[in-house]
Ligand binder design. Sequence first.
Ligand code: SAM
Ligand code: DTB
Ligand code: SF4
Length: 329
Amino acid sequence: MDVRNDWTVAEVEGLFALPFMDLIFRAQQVHRQHHLPNTVQISTLLSIKTGACPEDCAYCPQSVRYDTGLEAEELMELEAVASRARAAKDAGATRFCMGAAYRSPKPKDLRKVLAMIREVKALGLETCATLGMVSGAQAQELKAAGLDYYNHNLDTSAGYYEKIISTRTYQDRLDTLQAVRDAGMNVCCGGIVGMGEAPEDRAGLLHTLATLPSHPESVPINQLVRVPGTPLAETTALDPFDFVRTVAVARILMPRSHVRLSAGRGEMNDELQALCFLAGANSIFYGEKLLTTGNPDTADDRRLFERLQIVAEPAAQTTHPEYRTAMMA
Ligand code: SAM
Ligand code: DTB
Ligand code: SF4
């Protein structure tokens, strides 16, 4: 089936309304037409600048407005970042994602981040950064330094967004995504579920992502990590099957994208994670920490991959289209 950018809201809601087994079956069929089965891409995250963020994102432990007990940290030194990237590579990650608690990067900080990107790239890792809003010129600088992916999430539907963030608009986010695209980088863009949103908001988020002029290459689906001190700390947990449904619908709508089972794995058992992989998730964050919160132990993840006979996807440099065709034949 061709990749479509003209999905209607009714179609997206129709997918969510399918009986669970039918939805998963369809998602797995789409998955196998476009991806190597039993293969998951592995990224490792590092918070290169932590906390004291001026934004008011209601889910985020790094906002200066909420007392979460988090200790703020200045932008890390180049050598410290490089050594963490080497460790991530040695542990089997193919992509290294650097996250900074910025509204948008200041010129002095951006210069330092560009040096980090060059260094990480030189190690043979794919590079990703998430630094908040960026202008067209900043996006071009990031691309020139060797940045492969820029992460910037829409987080939720346009309608629910104003309940979550007041300090920047949905349109601001779309503008940053456009700047990243125009600079020729891969887009990593997804959202968070379990923030008290309605089912229509989950459909709305995926509808917006799937009707962008081109689909994000990477679509992180985060389950809210309920951090004490944030306004969303007491939110009722989402039914895990609704999380799996969100993964499955993302897979069907954006067949060629990598759908990342992102934050929230620490609260999921192996069976639920396996269901997410069955629903089409084919990327994870690997490493004991996300940005500021926990992630499963690497030993547990290795055991999970062994139990499910999942293998790590080689880096894009080694996944030439001909290799993929041969593997999928
Ligand atoms: N400050 C930059 C920004 O907001 O774009 C980059 C870092 S920010 C922490 C990256 C993403 O992490 C957010 O867009 C959000 O989707 C996700 N995130 C933050 N806190 C989270 C939480 N408690 N649970 C799940 N996802 C979260
Ligand atoms: C994404 O979608 N999820 C990651 C990454 N992109 C930057 C971040 C998750 C953060 C979870 C809360 C924390 O650890 O601070
Ligand atoms: Fe700041 Fe990003 Fe957290 Fe929002 S999500 S408060 S912009 S670090």
